[in-house]
Design a protein around this ligand. Structure first.
Ligand code: HEC
Length: 160
């Protein structure tokens, strides 16, 4: 009996003196990731676009843009490649990226890039503006065009 009491007292003591430190915190899930874009934040920006672009998928648009990426950058400091830098392309005059030498066709083009012009351009670059030098067959699928245009809308300008 006496042994039991001592043992029980010992157990109680051990419990009382047990580790009192809180468990270490898990690393923050919201830490910025340098390479991969913030898909949720960019999708939220797409949801605020005018119809039908508000229904686009950022992820699908990003996949379509993989076809453009070898020739075009979208970041402000991305520079020109085979094709002109597309930063700020919306509301910009056709053929106006600084430092890029355009074909005569794009130099002579007299319009401002908006979703509708881009949709026609991407559907068939050669028939939309004959004589241009963009060696690209186009994006035939209308949903893919919607997605890549919405992707460009958010990627070609900084988040507000
Ligand atoms: C093989 C390279 C290549 C690919 C792929 C390509 N482009 Fe281009 N793009 C060009 C070139 C070159 C020009 C300039 C054409 C000219 O001067 O006639 C251009 C021009 C443009 C312009 C006009 C820009 C301006 O400043 O007026 C837009 C918009 C554009 N491309 C979007 C796209 C998108 C979106 C895709 C993918 C769906 C794409 N391009 C795929 C090479 C490419």
């Amino acid at each position: 009996m006496r042994g039991f009491v001592i043992a029980a007292f010992g157990l109680a003591l051990m419990a009382a003196c047990g580790p009192s430190q809180p468990a270490p915190q898990a690393p923050s899930a919201t830490a910025p990731q340098s390479q991969t874009p913030d898909f949720a934040a960019q999708q939220a920006r797409i949801a605020a676009l005018a119809p039908p672009y508000n229904e686009a998928s950022y992820e699908a648009g990003r996949r379509v843009f993989a076809q453009c990426r070898s020739c075009h950058t979208t970041a402000a400091d991305g520079g020109n490649r085979v094709g002109p830098n597309l930063h700020g392309v919306f509301d910009r005059a056709a053929g106006a990226a600084p430092g890029f030498t355009y074909s005569q066709a794009l130099q002579n083009a007299d319009f401002i890039w908006d979703a509708e012009h881009l949709d026609n351009w991407l559907a068939n670059p050669q028939t939309f503006l004959p004589g241009n030098r963009m060696a690209f067959a186009g994006v035939r699928d209308a949903v893919q065009r919607r997605d890549v245009i919405a992707y460009l809308m958010v990627e070609s300008q900084p988040a507000p």
